[in-house]
Design a protein around this ligand. Structure first.
Ligand code: PEP
Ligand code: MG
Length: 885
């Protein structure tokens, strides 16, 4: 069949679909692959993602053809294992798991031990020779199936178990006897009957189809939808279903289950990393119910832990596992995240996939693997998610700052975070929406907490290991996380947490260090990141492989310096208006704006000239040897106006004009639609003296710096919001006039360019003509998006999320360029500009210049450079390299 693929038991597939993640999902494809290279994989089969999509579209019915295919595939398992599904004497049990194209940890459903009923449980007891094991497995199955498939709330079962343990005077589950479990199963079935008005299904085929249905349905569960939205996963992929013969890690002390990574997913260190539990089933490790133990002796010793590592306790199975690690890394040429089970000494592989990793680990592994000869530079470049670099570029805790350490947990996801304590996901989201930094503190996290984890700056849990839900999800999101802080207890009613001897309330400030596991009271200061080492190596490779230059959007000396450290190759956009807001000069700016006439404006501009000149000189100094694009004043003037009465009064005192006059002038400047109003080059056309002052400041500063250092600056003067060739003509002539004056005064000349932003649809359409005047184009895709979509930059935030949710836009078009629409204008303008002026310099300086998907588009369009905010410069360098490969 092309809808159900078997694996294990020596099956060989000719159909490449069997190993295609798109068809059989990540888990299914890798199971087929592992079985194919001879690894011990329990036999099973995968129902394709296509069946899920069809099932969901057709309203939840299974075709007869699918039923027949599944029945046949089940026979494959039965033959391989030598047991029959539903056989009262020697039953086959299976697991049913989801598996989408990419892993969505914990988002969808799993059912284990399926195939147990009142008869087969006796068979299992007989063949295993272990009554307790059989009944324990049955009660686990009833609970899991009832929760996942039948929708009975699982706390009902947990309460029943708690009561039973109390009645017997037990503290732990391990004290429960076979008979105790038998009674619990009876009680559990009673709960199902009472809740649903029908008995727990005894027919194993009905059980199987129920589970398949639940897995398909879980694709559309709320939590899966939220996860997809946060991770940009399309809703139409669907999930595959994997049905596989059960192997048991809970068959006594020679059995075990575990999760492992072939390298450390937090640091990237080349050392096996993992957790395991003796006599347990897989879910026990991940759910954080029992605290798992270390896999290797070295890790155990480093942590000073007592319980034996797997390497020590089960050397033979461990040796086999280590050999599998090596084989899988070579086969996939990537770090693998593996689930395994040991059943009475025999190792079984249940899953492998490329492991999620922190940005730091991704970098280290990519660089190490090139050095090991496992991958080449191009692959290394493609391995690192540019956006994840963000995690590395941000500050970490100052090691010298005093820390009021409350306790310690596991360093589950690195980075530092401070914020107010909240105890539930909804509160986290609410407070984050109000602009608060919050730390989500939970006993353990579940997929229902995902929105709160996203809203929080950091996550702290009392339970769970390094592979717990909280740890995996936090690493994926780049949130610092400390998990398994055993000294932590939470009182949800009083909304306080106790840690050690201290008590903290909701709202108190907490700091987490995800790299050490430290939990601290109050806020701890941070320091700048380390840009050497693996980061520098990868960046060198990226620079070697990229074609486009990367510049930065910056206007303060501090930002320019930082951007240069991050590798910026010039300034793509210096927004001069930002320099006008400075407290020391705002009154001169206001005086200029509110002046009644040109003479009044000139007086104020006289005061601003030396300030602007100093600004530009500082930037030219820092950016020596690199191109600097300076944009002349752009925003509507009234943005600089005073608002409060005191501000008017102060200004009136300073410049000697009455408050009433000032207020009248301010009123005259009011605009109904300022974004489409008196801004951009329209200011230069109507108040040329403003642009004259700015051009003069630029040329004077450039001449001074060139003279002082003997190194020339080539200023690129940029005119904003141009719609017509004529505007640019007038303003280019103005700039040229000032240049001649300044060069005469200084007795020196320099090269410079005058270009324009393309940020209006008309400018894009008329680019051929505009290029007759403009020597370069810089695509202002913020305004170009606003004006092409007729979508206000400042107001769209209120409704855009709904648009994204409903799939009208795949992503916010102000974040990721609308390639289909706005992109057409960019390509067309680039093309027309080049026809007129073949060597025209083309760049982008809208926010999209720092977005990897938009950068890929810029590469395709053949732009010369992208310009991004300083922190995005490394992201852009890597993304530009990926785009070029
Ligand atoms: C733009 O419009 O894309 C741009 C870079 O200019 P600003 O964001 O300053 O309007
Ligand atoms: Mg703009």
């Amino acid at each position: 069949s092309t809808q159900v693929y078997t694996f294990g038991g020596g099956v060989k597939h000719d159909d490449p679909r069997a190993k295609d993640k798109v068809i059989t999902g990540g888990k299914g494809a890798n199971l087929a692959e592992m079985a194919g290279i001879g690894l011990p994989v329990p036999p099973g089969f995968t129902i394709t993602t296509e069946q899920c999509v069809q099932y969901l579209a057709e309203g939840g019915d299974f075709s007869d053809a699918l039923r027949a295919d599944v029945a046949q595939a089940l026979t494959h398992i039965e033959k391989t294992v030598g047991k029959s599904f539903g056989d009262a004497a020697d039953p086959l049990l299976v697991s049913v798991r989801s598996g989408a194209r990419v892993s969505m940890p914990g988002m969808m459903d799993t059912v284990l031990n399926l195939g147990l009923n009142d008869e087969t449980v006796e068979g299992l007891a007989g063949t295993s020779g272990d009554d307790r094991f059989a009944w324990d497995s049955y009660r686990r199955f009833v609970q899991m199936y009832s929760d996942v498939v039948l929708g009975v709330e699982h706390h009902l079962f947990e309460e029943a178990l708690e009561i039973a343990k109390e009645d017997n005077g037990y503290l732990n589950d391990v004290e429960m006897t076979a008979d105790d479990w038998r009674k619990i199963v009876k009680e559990y079935k009673g709960i199902v009957d009472a809740e649903l008005g029908r008995p727990f299904p005894q027919d194993v085929t009905e059980q199987l189809w129920g589970a398949i249905r639940a897995v398909f349905d879980s694709w559309d569960s709320d939590r899966a939808k939220v996860y997809r939205r946060l991770n940009d996963i399309p809703g139409d992929w669907g999930t595959a279903v994997n049905v596989q013969a059960m192997v048991f890690g809970n068959m006594g002390d020679t059995s075990a289950t575990g999760v492992a990574f072939t390298r450390d997913p937090a640091t990237g260190e080349k050392a096996y990393y993992g957790e395991w539990l003796v006599n347990a089933q897989g879910e026990d490790v991940v759910a954080g119910i029992r605290t798992p133990q270390y896999l290797t002796k070295a890790a155990r010793e480093r942590a000073g832990a007592k319980p034996l590592s797997m390497e020590e306790a089960m050397p033979a199975a461990y040796g086999e596992l280590a050999a599998v690690f090596e084989l899988l890394e070579k086969h996939y040429t990537d770090m693998q995240d593996i689930e395994f089970t040991v059943q009475q000494g025999k190792l079984w592989m249940l899953q492998t996939r490329s492991g999620k990793r922190t940005a730091k680990a991704a970098l280290k592994m990519a660089v190490d693997m090139v050095e090991e000869g496992l991958i080449d530079e191009a692959t290394a470049i493609k391995r690192v998610d540019p956006m994840a670099l963000d995690q590395l570029l941000h500050p970490t805790l100052d090691p010298k700052a005093p820390r009021d350490i409350l306790g310690k947990g596991l360093p589950a996801s690195p980075g530092a975070a401070s914020g107010a304590i909240v105890f539930d996901a909804d509160t986290a989201e609410k407070r984050a929406d109000m602009g608060d930094a919050v730390i989500l503190v939970r006993v353990e996290t579940s997929p229902e907490d995902i929105h709160g984890m996203h809203a929080a700056k950091g996550i702290l849990t009392a339970r769970g290991g390094m592979t717990s839900h909280a740890a995996v999800v936090a690493r994926g999101m780049g949130r610092p996380c400390v998990s398994g802080a055993s000294g932590l207890s939470i009182d949800m009613k009083a909304r306080v947490m106790k840690i050690g001897k201290r008590e903290l309330k909701e709202g108190d400030i907490l700091t987490l260090d995800g790299a050490s596991g430290d939990i601290m009271a109050g806020e701890v200061p941070t320091i700048e990141p380390e840009l050497a080492g693996d980061f520098a190596t990868l960046m060198v490779w990226a620079d070697k492989h990229r074609r486009m230059k990367v510049r930065t959007n910056a206007e303060t000396p501090a930002d320019c310096k930082m951007a240069r450290q991050f590798g910026a190759e010039g300034i793509g956009l210096c927004r001069t208006e930002h320099m006008f807001f400075d407290a020391s000069r705002i009154s001169a700016v206001r005086q200029m704006i509110l002046a009644e006439d040109e003479a009044g404006r000139r007086t104020a501009l006289e005061k601003l000239l030396p300030e602007q000149r100093a600004d530009f000189a500082a930037i030219f100094e820092i950016m020596r040897g690199l191109p600097v694009t300076i944009r002349l004043l752009d925003p509507p003037l009234h943005e600089f106006l005073p608002h409060a009465d005191e501000e008017f009064a102060e200004l009136s005192d300073e410049i000697g004009i009455g408050v009433d006059t000032l207020k009248r002038r301010a009123g005259e400047l009011h605009e109904f639609n300022p974004m489409l109003g008196h801004r951009g080059c329209r200011l230069g056309i109507t108040f040329p003296e403003i642009y004259e002052m700015q051009a003069r400041a630029i040329f004077e500063a450039a001449c001074d710096v060139a003279k002082a250092h003997g190194e020339a600056i080539v200023p690129e003067i940029m005119i904003p919001l141009v719609a017509t060739k004529k505007e640019l003509e007038i303003l280019k002539a103005l700039v040229a006039r000032v240049a001649v004056q300044v060069f005469e005064e200084k007795g020196s000349t320099l090269e410079y360019m005058v270009g324009t932003m393309i940020e209006l649809p008309r400018a894009a359409l008329m680019a051929g003509e505009i290029a007759e005047v403009g020597e370069f184009f810089s695509f202002g895709t913020n305004d170009l998006t606003q004006t092409t979509l007729g979508l206000s930059r400042d107001d769209a935030g209120k409704f855009l999320p709904v648009y994204v949710q409903q799939g009208i836009f795949a992503r916010d078009p102000f974040v990721s360029l609308d390639v289909d629409g706005v992109g057409q204008l960019v390509s067309l303008a680039a093309e027309r500009g080049r026809v007129t002026r073949p060597d025209i310099k083309l760049g982008i300086c809208g926010e999209h210049g720092g977005d990897p998907a938009s950068i890929a588009f810029c590469e395709k369009t053949g732009l010369d450079y992208v310009s991004a905010s300083p922190f995005r410069v490394p992201i852009a360098r890597l993304a530009a390299a990926q785009a070029a490969l």
